[in-house]
Design a protein around this ligand. Structure first.
Ligand code: DNO
Length: 389
């Protein structure tokens, strides 16, 4: 049972076309109906049309990434119940179209966070990077979040101050744009101004991790029965990075979080997107062990690696480099698929900007050649392991 080698495509507006993707060797497309606002129901007819388009190129639509969760649901306020109802209808419509894997995340306010989307590696290619001094500089001196000092050591605050002082106006703007970056596929440069961002954060003033988990379980209690009936597997994406930022709570960062989720919601339709890159940004996450323990409910894989330094800063490494033992992880993936007798959708998560990518504008992390390299390396690794086992 080989992996369904997949490629994330952002829909008809993506500068990388389905025709281009054909040449990467991917057989699956991962996409979403990005044209619908968060919280809206996706109509069956629109899903069916998109699926037909994907299939007309000989691909399968291997996973839906993502059906986003509206902030009202995460904060359990405003129109939460209406949006949950819409979510259930969307799952039914996806099921009717034969789509069975749906990725989502429960990260407050932002999706993934980085401080530099053009970090140059020694070979001249560029990667995404997270650096504490830059992040703290944004939080303390640009956003000026109330109480932010409590979240950083005196040493880090001093580093952040020094970092901030050497920024010129363009650098500052670049840092703001990076932290507030629009979510993948939204098409906007960023969805927030500093002011609206402060307001969005304020909605979480009284929500700690336990409360956010309670809100997640409330959501799942209502949607999982629908997912079961529709034949859809939900796969939550881990927090990226997997530690608290900006005073916001987290829900899926560690093995303990997953254990809690699995025991609180025992359905196999309540599963996990195993995002190796996200989990790997914490040195105390043992990825192979996590895949062994939680693999029975892993419905979707994102494979990439990170390189973390002694301060906890990290950048996205080569797919076969960095801190993830990709050989050991892939071996576990091969064994898992054999045990479960399934082919799981897998996409190379992100890629460096390299060669012609350096001249082409794409969604940060979603370069053409960098991802092609990642996909090719992972595909070869899987084949080599599968043949030799
Ligand atoms: C980053 C992606 C995430 C992911 C969502 C899933 O590139 O892995 O944006 O799609 O968090 O909901």
């Amino acid at each position: 049972m080989p992996l369904i080698q997949s490629w994330r495509w952002f829909g008809p507006k993506d500068p990388i076309t389905l025709g281009d993707i054909k040449q990467t060797g991917a057989t699956g497309i991962v996409t979403a109906m990005h044209e619908f606002a968060y919280g809206e129901c996706w109509p069956e007819e629109a899903i069916r049309e998109r699926k037909a388009l994907i299939e007309s190129y000989g691909f399968t639509w291997s996973a839906v990434e993502s059906v986003p969760i509206h902030e009202d649901i995460k904060t359990r306020s405003g129109n939460a119940e209406r949006y949950i109802e819409n979510y259930r209808r969307t799952l039914e419509n996806l099921g009717k179209c034969g789509l069975d894997t749906v990725c989502y995340n429960f990260m407050p306010v932002l999706d993934w966070s980085r401080t530099n989307i053009r970090y140059t590696l020694p070979d001249g290619s560029m990667a995404l990077r997270f650096e504490w001094a830059a992040f703290a500089a944004f939080d303390l001196y640009i956003l000026q979040r109330a109480g932010a000092e409590q979240d950083y050591s005196a040493e880090l605050q001093a580093e952040a101050r020094a970092y901030y002082e050497q920024l010129n106006e363009d650098d500052k703007q670049a840092l703001i744009d990076t932290v507030l970056l629009g979510l993948p596929g939204t098409g906007d440069k960023h969805a927030f101004t500093l002011e609206s961002f402060r307001e969005a954060l304020a909605r979480y003033d009284d929500i700690d991790s336990d409360q956010l988990k309670a809100n997640l379980y409330h959501f799942l209690d209502q949607v999982i029965p629908t997912a079961e009936a529709a034949g859809v597997h939900l796969a939550i994406h881990p927090d990226d990075p997997p530690f608290p930022l900006l005073g916001l709570p987290r829900v899926v960062s560690t093995a303990t979080d997953i254990e809690q989720l699995y025991s609180r919601v025992p359905s196999e339709h309540c599963g996990l997107t195993f995002c190796a890159g996200s989990f790997s940004a914490r040195a105390d996450n043992n990825l192979v062990d996590m895949l062994q323990r939680f693999g029975d409910r892993v419905h979707f894989l994102h494979l990439r690696s990170t390189a973390i330094d002694e301060h906890g800063n990290f950048h996205e490494a080569d797919h076969l480099g960095g801190g993830v033992d990709m050989y050991a992880l892939m071996k576990e993936v091969v064994l898992l698929q054999r045990r479960r007798n399934v082919s799981l959708p897998m996409r190379p998560d992100h890629g460096h900007q390299m060669l012609e990518d350096l001249q082409q504008e794409t969604y940060p992390g979603y370069s053409k050649i960098g991802r092609l390299r990642g996909l090719a390396e992972l595909r070869g690794l899987e084949m080599g392991i599968a043949r030799s086992l």
